[in-house]
Design a protein around this ligand. Structure first.
Ligand code: PBG
Ligand code: ZN
Length: 403
């Protein structure tokens, strides 16, 4: 009797469902309500809700899922899938294995140097010799690649000519690392800002304007000298028009056709690079006709179509890997680039994003490990293939078995 009544109630419900959906249930005596209707009425009667509220509550608690015909609450409780650590682990996304991470780090000329960067606790400037030790610790955690940033102790000039000095710190470091860790993928940042006397990423014309075309030549020379030293991947970050085409053709013409080209394709003029510029001494200075920011060449965070176009063009110019940078403030752009290309997409979790989590944890406003894990997963969800992050050097601490 009770069952028949339930079944009747279910049918009445089914009749309220559009015919197309109803067809899915035709012929099946679905026990749509395992909780008989009158049970709910009784529950509601016992409560002190007004009749109007009861009417609404009745509707809401009896809406069957239009997909499977199953009722939602109280039958369906999503928290069941989160109940225990074991159940959560079954369905949670995995943190990418260390092979999918890249560790950016800093090389300075000299020997026996390993100085902590004050705005990036836990990150260091290394001379080529000590870099080996730093990289060894990272390789031992399984990290697949490193991205090297260089500096010079020679005088800086307008064109940043020390960037393509074959005896420069980066070039030296690449040769050493290549010999010591043949299985490690070695990437180099290709830019001029650490080598120009004004800190901009390109030579300036006498009127102060930025010379994109001249920069392309300088960047191509720099990329070639990195490739000649043995870099597996060159990564131009200057955001100059045509830089990918210029570097790709220089590589091809000089028999480096197997060197990968990772474009910092959508790189924003961000306020999150402060600690990095500290580490590199590469903050842009104002000149007559040129302000002390990079807004005229790096992408504008308020113009997402223009920023997306940068990645599309870099693909057309011959990039092998595209990149969105920074990562956390630009998760939508990671997703947008992901949906526009079949190339791999890298996300650069930059210095300011690193420092801000540390600053928060230092003030006792959050647990560093939890912050690192949560923010990392947002980059994964956004759709990146490669995570370029300073956290890579602490992979085991934050993502190892017992954390
Ligand atoms: C140089 C360069 C910058 C970063 C990578 N390459 C700084 C800038 O554009 O001023 C930023 C990296 C970071 O903040 O971690 N063009
Ligand atoms: Zn630069």
């Amino acid at each position: 009797m009770r069952f028949a009544e339930t079944s009747l109630q279910s049918r009445r419900f089914l009749n309220a469902i559009p015919a197309t959906l109803r067809r899915n249930f035709a012929g099946i005596d679905l026990p749509l309500r395992r909780h008989p209707f009158d049970t709910w009425q009784n529950v509601l009667k016992k409560c002190t809700f007004s009749p109007a509220f009861r009417r609404i509550a009745k509707v809401f608690t009896r809406i069957p899922c239009y997909n499977c015909g199953m009722n939602t609450y109280p039958d369906l409780r999503l928290s069941r899938l989160r109940k225990t650590e074991g159940i959560r682990a079954m369905f949670d996304l995995e943190v990418p294995s260390p092979a999918k991470w890249c560790w950016p780090t800093f090389v300075v000329p000299g020997a026996n140097i390993r100085e902590e960067i004050s705005s990036m606790p836990g990150q260091f400037r290394y001379s080529p010799d000590t870099l080996l030790k730093g990289v060894e610790a990272v390789v031992n955690q399984g990290i697949g690649s490193v991205l090297l940033f260089g500096q010079t102790d020679h005088p800086k000039d307008n064109g940043g000519s020390q960037a393509w000095n074959d005896a420069g710190a980066v070039q030296q470091a690449v040769r050493l690392l290549k010999r010591e860790f043949p299985q490690l993928t070695i990437m180099t940042d290709v830019c001029l800002c650490a080598y120009t006397d004004h800190g901009h990423c390109a030579p300036l014309r006498p009127d102060g304007s930025l010379d994109h075309d001249a920069a392309c030549l300088c960047l191509a020379k720099t990329a070639l000298s990195h490739a000649a030293a043995g870099a597996d991947v060159v990564a131009p970050s200057a955001m100059m028009d045509g830089q990918i085409a210029a570097i790709r053709s220089a590589l091809t013409e000089n028999a480096f056709q197997n060197t990968l080209l990772m474009a910092y394709s959508t790189k924003f003029a961000s306020a999150c690079y402060g600690p990095f510029r500290d580490a590199e001494g590469s903050a842009p200075r104002a000149r007559p006709g040129m302000p002390s920011d990079r807004k005229s060449y790096q992408a504008s965070y308020a113009n997402p179509r223009n920023a997306l176009m940068e990645s599309i063009l870099d693909e057309a110019e011959g990039a092998d890997i595209l990149m969105v940078k920074p990562a956390l403030f630009y998760l939508d752009m990671i997703r947008a680039v992901r949906e526009k290309t079949l190339l791999p997409v890298a996300a650069y979790n930059v210095s300011g994003e690193y420092a801000m989590l540390i600053a928060m944890a230092e003030r006792g406003w959050g647990d560093l490990g939890d912050l690192v894990r949560e923010s990392t997963m947002s980059i994964v969800r956004a759709g990146s293939d490669l995570i370029i992050s300073y956290w890579a050097s602490q992979y085991q601490r934050f993502f190892g078995k017992n954390c």
